[in-house]
Design a protein around this ligand. Structure first.
Ligand SMILES: NC(=O)c1ccc[n+]([C@@H]2O[C@H](COP(=O)([O-])OP(=O)(O)OC[C@H]3O[C@@H](n4cnc5c(N)ncnc54)[C@H](OP(=O)(O)O)[C@@H]3O)[C@@H](O)[C@H]2O)c1
Length: 321
């Protein structure tokens, strides 16, 4: 069974491993997933003690919430539902944000209906920008909490200054943020700020868009969505895959997979840090659950931290740092 942690100080109890549902729907293009398998995966995750389910109203334009709703039907209390809103996606592209209070009040009702629930456990703008004052965005979510439509406020991919600003307006339960051996820039300011404020960290992209799975070879197939990002292009990819060899070797020596070590490394960064991992098929669950029991010697940790020092992986992804 998966250990439970409190999301933030005195926050709700959630599993230390979260299930990312995004890739069960078509967000960045690519082939559609088998819906029955996706629903079965969510149910198997709940059976295994993973209660934290992460979705977004723009993941497949509502498709993802419908899947989650189907999977949790009849077992609402087993699930802790985290929903992001505000992203405008069309044709596999993010077109912008809509954070207007009137829009948020509209979005929430659609999400509740699609999920088939009365309350969303964690509700968060997928990004913040300057189009709407932060106080108005957060104030609207605070109103939804008063109305009982939302339980806790979350934020996603914001800066340390923004995190402080939001937390002053309304207590933040969780910060959702990209974090992996390949993307460690947040260690400088954002992670210490979240810790200081007692905010839980929901860390996604532990495999760095698949780079750390050890399954990639250069060049990527022409239809891979990762080709859009300079990290996966030309010489960058060749050099980055050389770096991943160290992870692959350590995984082989320890009898695990590179993905397991990538998740275990994130898990080891703190009791308040939850690896949030995409899994669209049941076969992924045992491997990734086992990753939560992996520990590193001081020497192994030192090897990984040195080899994957911030900036060691070349090129960028959609994470804006
Ligand atoms: N706040 C944000 O801005 C933001 C951005 C992106 C994602 N997210 C959330 O975070 C979750 C995770 O992020 P992510 O999908 O970018 O990263 P991820 O968890 O690193 O997943 C990337 C890929 O790894 C695969 N995978 C999982 N376990 C594996 C294993 N044991 N061996 C080999 N491959 C494995 C998954 O495949 P399958 O899907 O085929 O199982 C997935 O395609 C998403 O589902 C979403 O809920 C949030």
């Amino acid at each position: 069974m998966i250990e439970k942690i409190s999301l933030g100080q005195n926050g709700p109890l959630v599993s230390k491993l979260g299930l990312g549902c995004m890739r069960m729907s078509r967000v960045w293009g690519g082939p559609a997933n088998d819906e029955n398998e996706s629903v079965a995966t969510i149910r198997m995750a709940l059976d295994s003690g993973i209660n934290f389910l992460n979705t977004g109203d723009f993941y497949g334009s509502g498709h993802n919430e419908l899947l989650v709703g189907k999977a949790i039907k009849g077992r609402r209390d087993d699930a802790f539902i985290s929903v992001k809103f505000g992203g405008i996606f069309y044709n596999n592209q993010m077109l912008g944000l809509d954070l207007r209070p009137v829009a948020i009040k509209n979005f929430i009702n659609y999400s509740l209906v699609r999920l088939g629930v009365d309350t969303i456990d964690l509700y968060q703008p997928c990004r913040l920008d300057n189009s709407v004052p932060i106080a108005d965005v957060i104030g609207t979510i605070a109103d939804l909490i008063k109305d009982g439509k939302v339980r806790h406020l979350g934020v996603s991919e914001i800066t340390a200054d923004q995190l402080r600003q939001v937390h002053r307006i309304h207590p933040v339960a969780a910060l959702e943020i990209g974090y992996s051996l390949a993307d460690r820039q947040i260690e400088q300011e954002l992670l210490p700020t979240a810790k200081e404020l007692g905010i839980g960290v929901v860390a996604f992209a532990n495999t760095a868009e698949g780079l750390l799975t050890g399954a990639m070879t250069a060049p990527l197939p022409a239809d891979s969505y990762q080709n859009h990002f300079s990290r996966f292009q030309g010489e960058n990819l060749v050099k980055n895959l050389e770096k991943v060899e160290v992870l692959r070797q350590m995984a082989a020596d320890k009898g695990f997979t590179p993905t397991q070590l990538a998740i275990a490394w994130v898990n080891a960064q703190g009791d308040h840090i939850m690896p949030l991992v995409s899994m669209s098929r049941r076969a992924r669950l045992p491997e990734n659950i086992q990753a939560m029991d992996i520990s590193f010697t001081a020497e192994e940790m030192n090897t990984l931290n040195t080899h994957f020092a911030p900036g060691a992986i070349l090129g960028s992804t959609y994470l804006q740092r």
